[in-house]
Design a protein around this ligand. Structure first.
Ligand SMILES: O=C(CO)[C@H](O)[C@H](O)COP(=O)(O)O
Length: 300
């Protein structure tokens, strides 16, 4: 892992630490949210992009655009690096940046990605994430799981104590033929009015993922974190409040579910130490804050 000058600073960094190249007039005309995404991406890439990277995962959404921008701005030789997208948008982003895209299924068996960057819809105090707001969650999860380090980059709206604080529903990728069955099972788990996500164009019916699947958005009560369990809550969902891992596993068990948009469990280094490849919980999450600083949460 490259240790940039940024990593010498502790948890919060201020705008004056951002090099002049990023203090352009365009930077100041961006909205506060866009500014914060760009600032977080710059620090995350500075701290985690290995100069000699061979395989890099590139996620989906609006924040990842700034990650690719930051990678380009590093000025490192990328001619021997393959960038693994998490969907169509991500692949086009890689190609339009002049980088080499390699689909996940073309990555040689057993190859570990040096690092994977992605956005998130919400991140809790234990670094569990909700993802899938952009409907790419299955590919995002397999790419994160293939990486030595999964790094999350987001803006201040995503930083919350518990999942489902601000973001209200868990995205779930579902086989179309089983969608109604899955809705029923989610209600049995306590989800309040789960729905099949509609296409942006209402004429087209449900939205289809890159796998041709549907996305079901399932609202639940805010989820419990480790501190709640340590404080004596059993997290079993009896009062509608689930521990993150328990609910994620219950949803994943429903036949018809391809993947659930809760990223939890081990981080990459923990999985490697246990003899596996990567983990779906990020090693670190970088949040651009409204005041121009970047907050960092690191896995224990
Ligand atoms: O999970 C995702 C797509 O499925 C995105 O990473 C997530 O929705 C964050 O997107 P953005 O960076 O636009 O806020």
């Amino acid at each position: 892992m490259i240790q940039s000058a940024f990593s010498l600073f502790c948890r919060r960094l201020t705008l004056p630490t951002i090099p002049t190249v990023f203090r352009t007039p365009r930077f100041y005309t961006m909205s506060a949210v866009e500014e914060s995404k760009r600032a977080a991406a710059k620090v995350a890439v500075g701290n985690h992009y290995p100069k000699d990277a061979r395989w890099v995962g590139i996620g989906s959404g609006t924040t990842i655009v700034y990650v690719v921008e930051a990678i380009k701005a590093l000025g490192v030789d990328t001619s021997n690096t393959k960038y693994v997208p998490t969907g169509y948008q991500s692949k086009q982003l890689i190609i339009s940046a002049g980088l080499a895209a390699a689909e996940y299924d073309s990555v040689p068996l057993g190859t570990v990605l040096d690092v994977a960057f992605d956005g998130a819809d919400e991140v809790d105090e234990d670094l569990n994430c909700i993802k899938g707001g952009g409907a790419c969650l299955f590919q995002e999860k397999i790419v994160a799981l293939q990486a030595k380090e999964f790094i999350c980059v987001a803006d201040y709206r995503k930083l919350q104590p518990r999942l489902l604080t601000n973001w209200k529903a868990i995205p779930i990728e579902v086989a179309p033929i089983a969608a109604h069955r899955v809705l029923l099972k989610l209600r049995e788990l306590g989800s309040i009015n789960p729905t099949i996500r509609a296409s942006a164009s209402s004429k087209e019916g449900p939205l289809k993922t890159d796998q041709g699947f549907f996305i079901v958005d399932a609202p639940f009560k805010p989820m419990l974190i480790k501190a709640d369990i340590e404080a004596g809550h059993d997290g079993s969902g009896k009062d509608g409040a689930w521990a993150v891992n328990v609910l994620a596993d219950k949803i994943k068990e429903i036949t018809g579910v391809l993947e659930v948009g809760i990223f939890h469990g081990q981080t990459g280094p923990q999985a490697t130490a246990a003899g596996g490849i990567g983990g779906q919980r990020p090693v670190a999450a970088y949040f651009g804050m409204a005041d121009g600083t970047v907050a960092v949460r690191k896995a224990e």
